[in-house]
Design a protein around this ligand. Structure first.
Ligand code: TYD
Length: 207
């Protein structure tokens, strides 16, 4: 049975390491059809889009709406060429950021119209919604100090990242069936136990 799980949160929440650990465990249980992917930036076109939006040419300031549209272009391409085909073949997709990031960053963070973003996400994904979304929750100040690389987003003021965290929490509260909140401030092994617990009920046919 196909399974689509997304991982969300502020910068430096430790999602990436945990996704790799989860994929490894699922493979060791016999599921070989696991795709680990991310937004933005998976595949040749999306790599270009990621570069444009996160590391634009020197001296270029990216308009907020343009930023949203580039994220949506990335998502449309990613869903059509990567995520949907894998799910259609019955695979598991573990995706580092997805539509909720546009709502959190461009909606709550930048202050763009959230109803419009919801419609645009719907349009970009054709309505493809994750079975489960793990929200890695951490104080953005702590997350940012963990980051080793810096993009345009990480250079934003702490207030921007705090709005994003609050936005994610509101989204999780509004959709409790889909979201699970993971305390990402805990040591990695404890976080991993929470991750495993948050997907286990979906893995009936993987065990
Ligand atoms: P990345 O280096 O992949 O960050 P992380 O490891 O925290 O996921 O950079 C992705 C950045 O893009 C991150 O700052 C969040 C941002 N982003 C948006 O602003 N909107 C979106 O829709 C997506 C998918 C990401």
């Amino acid at each position: 049975m196909s399974l689509f799980v997304t991982f969300e949160g502020v910068e430096g929440a430790g999602k990436t390491t945990q996704i790799v650990r989860l994929a490894t465990r699922l493979r060791s249980m016999g599921r070989q059809d696991i795709l680990v992917t991310r937004e933005p930036g998976d595949g040749a076109l999306c790599r270009e889009l990621r570069q444009l939006v996160l590391d634009p040419p020197v001296g270029v300031s990216v308009d907020e709406r343009a930023e949203l549209f580039i994220m949506l272009a990335d998502r449309s391409q990613h869903v059509a060429h990567t995520i949907r085909p894998h799910l259609d073949h019955g695979g598991v997709v573990l995706c580092d950021r997805y539509a909720d990031s546009s709502m959190a960053y461009q909606g709550y963070g930048r202050g763009l119209d959230r109803d419009a973003i919801a419609s645009m996400n719907q349009f970009a994904t054709g309505g493809l919604t994750p079975h489960r979304t793990l929200l890695f929750d951490i104080d953005p100040g702590v997350g940012l100090t963990r980051q080793t690389h810096r993009t345009r987003m990480e250079g934003e003021a702490i207030a921007f990242h705090t709005r994003i965290r609050d936005g994610f929490q509101q989204m999780a509260a509004a959709e409790p069936d889909r979201f699970r909140i993971i305390d990402a401030s805990l040591p990695p092994d404890n976080v991993y136990d929470l991750v495993w617990g948050a997907v286990q009920d979906l893995l009936g046919d993987a065990e």
